[in-house]
Ligand binder design. Structure first.
Ligand SMILES: C[S@@+](CC[C@H](N)C(=O)[O-])C[C@H]1O[C@@H](n2cnc3c(N)ncnc32)[C@H](O)[C@@H]1O
Length: 256
């Protein structure tokens, strides 16, 4: 079943790659949350080897290049995203090493090699979170840093009805569900925040920071009610995205 989901999601990401060109990329972490310029979660990037998981169009990798990294590596299961990223980065003077593979597979990336692995709005697409975190841990050097952002799990529990936000779901249910994104069917799984944190710990990480914030501009904005998914009205009440910064402290993951 997981393989089936990957095949279908890949087809959809290939079809919609162009409509995601540079949409979620560093220094932006997500929706209406503080940026890297404000949070400063990344260490000094000069001379570092970085790997982007779900690199999309390569805009986050460009940001890393502009900040002085020595090696740019990226992984994405969408062939079209990889093509877009390669073209975009080459046009900007960078020569990245890009892997066209699902993050769940060992695709031959070097082990204990990277100073920093990050992922901006891609980790939640994994069909196997523990294997993905275990893989990421093996790519990192000991004491290397892993930073990722994703939709806050509370987003799956709320909906809008008339002019109100209502609690529609169950935070505890880690359901797999499908929906249409940019005209294409995609399948994804809900996960609790604790599921991410516990999987990180099992993979040999220590969590250094969990960011659950809305940015200051939004908080001071007199936002009217509106019915979209990512709205300032919601963001004034709860974070729309979360960010985790973790450090690899064990040489080997604790569990498969
Ligand atoms: C919202 S985009 C991320 C944008 C990107 N981080 C950037 O900085 O431009 C999500 C990306 O995750 C990729 N993706 C989805 N599922 C994946 C998987 N299982 N393995 C690897 N990449 C995946 C998609 O192809 C897509 O490029």
């Amino acid at each position: 079943m997981a393989d089936n989901i990957l095949i279908k999601n890949k087809k959809s990401w290939d079809a919609m790659a162009d409509s995601w060109f540079g949409t979620t990329a560093l220094p932006t972490y997500g929706c209406l949350i503080p940026t890297e310029d404000e949070l400063k979660l990344f260490p000094d990037l000069r001379g570092k080897k970085v790997l982007d998981i779900g690199c999309g169009s390569g805009h986050s990798l460009k940001w890393c290049g502009d900040n002085g990294v020595s090696e740019l590596w990226g992984l994405d299961m969408s062939t079209k995203q990889i093509e877009n990223a390669r073209k975009f980065l080459n046009e900007n003077g960078y020569a990245p090493t890009l892997f066209n593979s699902p993050m769940e597979l060992d695709c031959g990336l070097p082990k204990e090699y990277f100073d920093i692995v990050y992922s901006i709005y891609a980790i939640g697409w994994t069909v196997d979170l523990q294997t993905t975190f275990n893989n990421i841990a093996t790519y990192l050097k000991k004491d290397g840093v892993f930073i990722f952002s994703w939709d806050h799990p509370i987003m799956h529990c709320v909906d809008v009805q008339d002019d109100k936000i209502i609690f529609k779901g169950c935070y505890l249910n880690e359901d797999i569900f499908s929906y249409i994104q940019h005209g294409n069917p995609v399948t994804i799984k809900n996960r609790k925040l604790s599921t991410y944190i516990n999987a990180l710990v099992k993979a040999g990480f220590m969590v250094e920071q969990l960011v659950e914030e809305t940015n200051d501009v939004t908080l001071t904005w007199p936002a009217e009610f509106s019915s979209g998914y990512y709205t300032p009205y919601k963001a004034k009440k709860f974070p729309l995205s979360f960010i985790i910064k973790a450090r690899k402290i064990l040489l080997r993951p604790m569990s498969k």
